[in-house]
Design a protein around this ligand. Structure first.
Ligand SMILES: Nc1nc2c(c(=O)[nH]1)N[C@H]1C(S)=C(S)[C@@H](COP(=O)(O)O)O[C@H]1N2
Ligand SMILES: [Mo]
Length: 507
C-alpha cells in the first residue's frame, strides 16, 4: 500500500469509528446502537451449537467479547463502506462535497438497515461523513493525502468517541429513570407493609463481612442480549392463550388493578458455578398466576405445559404444574420492576432455576406437548427445580477467631440447617442460621400480620471458631425434611452445579 492509500484507509477507518460513536450518541447502549444491532445479527447467524460451546468455554466473558467483536466488525464495515465510496468518487471524478455526502448516505443507509432506527443511523452517517469531510481535498479527491488530513480525521473521530464516552458514563450513573435494585429500599418506600417486610429481612440478616444481607443489594442479571429491551409500559400486554377456554389479554393496568401480594423469592441461575454469585433474593410485588389461569380456564384434560415468550426474543417451555404456583411480578423491593429485571412484568416460578423466570414477559401459551426452550435448544437442562447449595462467601480472620458464612438455598424444599466442617470434612458442626423470612402477604394486609415462613427464600449461615494453622472449610445444607445436600460434584453445564463448597482458610 502506498502512502496516500494508507492514509486514505486510515481516514475512512476513522470514519467508521465516527459512525459507531455518532450512533451511540443518540442510541446509547441499546439495540438501536449499530454495534448491538450487528452483534444481534451475528449472534442469530451463529449456529446454536457454536453459541452453546462459546458460552460454556467463555462463561461470563462471552457477552463482553461478542460486543467487542461486533464493535470492531462495525468499524471495519463502515470504514470499508467509506473507503469504497471514496475510491468510487475518485474514479468517477466527483466533486469533493459529492463524495463526502455519498459516504454519509451510504453509511446511514446501511446503519438503518441494521438498526431500523432512523435517528441513530442518520447521526452515525453524519459523523462518518464529517470525519471524511474535515480531511480536506487530498483524502477524498486529490492524489496526495497530507498528514494533517489524517490528523484532522482522527481528531474528529476521537472527539466524538470522547463525547459518546462521557454521555455513556452519565447515562450509566443514574441518568436513566430506571431504579436499580441497590441501596436501602426499606428507607425509601412509602408503603408501610413493604417497609415492614424489608426491615424484617434486615433485622434477620446475620452480620457477615463482604456479603449481601437477606435482600440482595446488587441482584445478579443474566440475559441473552447485551442490552435490555425497551418495553413501553402503556402499550405492553400479556396474552394468555393456547389450550384454554378463553384467550385473554392483560394490560399492566389490568394486572395492577388486581389483588396483589408481596413475596420474598430467591433466584439462582443454572449457569451459576458451585460457589458462584448468581444467587440473589428480593421482595417482589405482583399477582399469583393461579388467579389468571382460573380466569382463562384450563380444560380438565390438563395440558402438560406452557410455552412462554418475551419481548427480547427469549422463550421457554415448562410444566403447567410449575406455572400454577408462579407469580407475575411488577414490583421489586418496593419499587416498580427495574428494566434489567424484566420491566414491566416478569414471571417468578418458585424453586425453579432462574431461566424459566421469564423477564419482559409478553405471552403465555398453554400447550399439550413439551417444547424446547431457548437454553434447551443450546444443550442446557434448566427448566426443573434448583439444586441445593450452601455458599461460602464470607471469611473473616481479622480478629482472634475465624468467622465464615454465606447464603444457603434449597428452592421450595427449604433449608433447615447448614453444617460446617473446619477439618476438610472429618467432623461437622451446625452453623447459626438466620431466621426464615416471612411468608407471602396480601398487599392490603396490616403490617402487624407479617409472619409465617417464606416458601422459596434463602437463609444466611454463620460459624465462628478458633483456628491457628491453615485448614479446609467445607459446608453443606440440610433440607427441611432432613435430606443432606448431595456431595456428588457436577459442573453447571448442563443441569446446574452440585456438590459441597470447600475453601482453604489461612488465619
Ligand atoms: N426474557 C428473558 N427472560 C430471562 C432471561 C433472558 O435472557 N430473557 N434470562 C433468564 C435467566 S438465564 C436467568 S438466570 C434469570 C435471571 O434473572 P435476573 O436477571 O433478574 O437475575 O432470568 C431469566 N429470564
Ligand atoms: Mo440462568
Amino acid at each position: 500500500m502506498n502512502r496516500p492509500t494508507r492514509r486514505r484507509a486510515l481516514v475512512t477507518l476513522a470514519s467508521g469509528v465516527g459512525v459507531v460513536a455518532g450512533s451511540f450518541l443518540v442510541a446509547g447502549f441499546a439495540e438501536r446502537w449499530v454495534v448491538l444491532a450487528l452483534a444481534r445479527t451475528l449472534f442469530f447467524l451463529t449456529p446454536d451449537g457454536l453459541v452453546a460451546f462459546g458460552i460454556q468455554r467463555l462463561g461470563d466473558l462471552a457477552q463482553p467479547l461478542l460486543v467487542v467483536g461486533a464493535g470492531l466488525t462495525t468499524v471495519l464495515l463502515f470504514g470499508g463502506l467509506a473507503f469504497v465510496t471514496v475510491l468510487t468518487g475518485r474514479a468517477l471524478d466527483r466533486e469533493r462535497a459529492e463524495t463526502v455526502f455519498a459516504v454519509g448516505t451510504v453509511q446511514a443507509f446501511v446503519a438503518f438497515a441494521l438498526t431500523v432506527a432512523p435517528l441513530p443511523a442518520l447521526v452515525g452517517g453524519a459523523v462518518g461523513a464529517a470525519v471524511v469531510g474535515v480531511a480536506g481535498r487530498g483524502a477524498v479527491g486529490g492524489v496526495d493525502v497530507a498528514r494533517r488530513d489524517l490528523l484532522r480525521s482522527l481528531g474528529t473521530a476521537a472527539a466524538t468517541v470522547g463525547l459518546a464516552g462521557v454521555l455513556g458514563v452519565r447515562r450509566g450513573a443514574g441518568g436513566s429513570s430506571d431504579p436499580k435494585a441497590g441501596g436501602n429500599p426499606a428507607k425509601e418506600t412509602s408503603d408501610s407493609l413493604v417497609r415492614t417486610m424489608l426491615s424484617t429481612a434486615e433485622d434477620r440478616s446475620l452480620p457477615l463481612a463482604d456479603i449481601d444481607p437477606l435482600v440482595s443489594e446488587r441482584f445478579y442479571q443474566v440475559d441473552i442480549n447485551p442490552a435490555d429491551p425497551d418495553v413501553d409500559r402503556e402499550t405492553w400486554s400479556l396474552t394468555v392463550s393456547g389450550a384454554v377456554e378463553g384467550v385473554r389479554e392483560y394490560s399492566l393496568a389490568d394486572l395492577e388493578g388486581r389483588p396483589a401480594e408481596h413475596r420474598f423469592v430467591t433466584l439462582r441461575c443454572v449457569g451459576d458455578s458451585l460457589n458462584g454469585k448468581k444467587l440473589d433474593n428480593a421482595l417482589w410485588t405482583g399477582v399469583p398466576m393461579t388467579d389468571v389461569l382460573e380466569e382463562v380456564g384450563v380444560p380438565d384434560d390438563e395440558p402438560c405445559c406452557v410455552y412462554v415468550r418475551a419481548a427480547d426474543g427469549y422463550f421457554q417451555s415448562f410444566p403447567l404444574e410449575a406455572m400454577r404456583s408462579a407469580f407475575l411480578a411488577y414490583g421489586m423491593n418496593g419499587r416498580s420492576l427495574p428494566k434489567g429485571h424484566g420491566a414491566p412484568v416478569r414471571a417468578l416460578v418458585p424453586g425453579h432455576w432462574g431461566e424459566i423466570n421469564v423477564k419482559w414477559l409478553t405471552e403465555i401459551e398453554v400447550v399439550r406437548e413439551e417444547r424446547e426452550g431457548y437454553w434447551e435448544k443450546r444443550g442446557w437442562h434448566g427448566t426443573g427445580p434448583v439444586n441445593t447449595v450452601a455458599k461460602l462467601h464470607s471469611v473473616d480472620a481479622s480478629s482472634g477467631s475465624v468467622t465464615v458464612g454465606g447464603h444457603a438455598y434449597a428452592g421450595t424444599r427449604g433449608v433447615s440447617a447448614v453444617e460446617v466442617s473446619t477439618d476438610g470434612g472429618e467432623s461437622w458442626t451446625e452453623a447459626t442460621l438466620s431466621e426464615r423470612l416471612p411468608a407471602a402477604i396480601p398487599a392490603d394486609a396490616d403490617p402487624e400480620d407479617v409472619g409465617g415462613e417464606a416458601a422459596d427464600a434463602w437463609r444466611m449461615w454463620r460459624h465462628e471458631y478458633e483456628a491457628t494453622g491453615g485448614h479446609e472449610v467445607v459446608v453443606r445444607a440440610v433440607e427441611a425434611d432432613g435430606t443432606v445436600q448431595d456431595d456428588a460434584e457436577s459442573k453447571p453445564f448442563p443441569s446446574g452445579a452440585s456438590g459441597w463448597v470447600s475453601r482453604r482458610v489461612a488465619p
